[in-house]
Design a protein around this ligand. Structure first.
Ligand code: ADP
Length: 259
């Protein structure tokens, strides 16, 4: 255990914690995390999302909560902000979007501990808390696995070799710290051109599925590269909320059924 940190303990008022991770940035981890949380909520699970990406918090934008500030409860815990039925917490709610976050390790550690242990998820509490992890396999990931009980991890990757190499490292990290890997999600798998109706596998075909077969992991879902998923993210209305019954949203619902 890292020196000076308290022992591992569960997150108060939370039954199950699932981490969504990627070893590489920009592969769609936050997009998957937020849509997964919303799909779980649609399936009747009380679900929240905790953004642990200290240097690049995306959840305020994805949930259209930029500029909102959380209130403190009577016992000085942070009250989550809720939109689309899911409570959320992020460092992005505590620091203005225009302020750069230039922190050394100790400060990152302190904020992370605050996010993990001083947020009020209850009453009535959550069935599932989805953690949006920062990319990589460093300090933050290590602290999280040492500080809280993680029930499982979902590893997101594009099918490209350069992303998969790092994704395999991510899977290895969770195995090393005894966190069950629930499976992988293939994101940006193919692109359907609305103009000429051709389908292109921009990042190669089926790379994540092949890697899952090699590693004995489940492929939890396959999300196409689609400009509407990107536009939904930018306007703060994730695909599962924007068009809950379309094929793109169904791909996210499928992941929620698997985890
Ligand atoms: P990460 O959390 O891995 O850094 P993000 O979820 O922030 O990745 O996604 C990176 C960028 O890619 C964002 O602009 C997002 O809107 C876009 N994006 C993610 N998944 C898709 C997809 N399936 N189709 C189109 N754009 C996507």
């Amino acid at each position: 255990m890292q020196r000076g940190l308290p022992a591992k303990r569960p997150i108060k008022d939370v039954k199950k914690v699932i981490a969504v991770s990627s070893a590489k940035g920009g592969v769609g981890k936050s997009t998957i995390a937020v849509n997964l949380a919303l799909s779980l909520a649609r399936q009747g699970h009380r679900t929240g999302i905790l953004d642990t990406d200290i240097f690049g918090p995306s959840i305020p934008t994805l949930l259209n909560l930029v500029g909102q500030e959380p209130r403190l409860s009577e016992d000085n815990t942070l009250l989550p902000l809720t939109n689309y039925g899911i409570p959320s917490m992020s460092i992005g709610y505590l620091i203005p979007p225009t302020s750069p976050i230039i922190w050394r390790g100790a400060m990152v550690q302190k904020s992370l501990m605050q996010l993990l242990h001083t947020v009020s998820w209850g009453p009535p509490g959550l069935d599932v808390l989805v953690l949006d992890l920062p990319p990589g396999t460093g300090d933050v990931q290590l602290t999280i696995t040492q500080q809280i009980v993680l029930d499982g991890a979902v590893v997101v990757s594009t099918p490209q070799d350069i992303a998969l190499i790092d994704a395999v490292r991510g899977v290895g990290m969770f195995e090393k710290v005894d966190v069950p890997v629930l499976g992988m999600v293939q994101n940006m798998s193919h692109f359907y051109c609305p103009n000429c109706s051709t389908v292109t596998s921009l990042f190669g075909a089926g790379g994540v599925a092949k890697k899952c077969a090699e590693l004995g992991l489940r492929l939890l879902g396959d999300i196409p590269l689609d400009a509407r998923i990107c536009a939904d993210a930018d306007r703060g209305m994730p695909t599962v909320v924007a068009e809950p019954e379309n094929e793109r949203a169904k791909a996210f619902h499928g992941i929620a059924k698997e985890v």
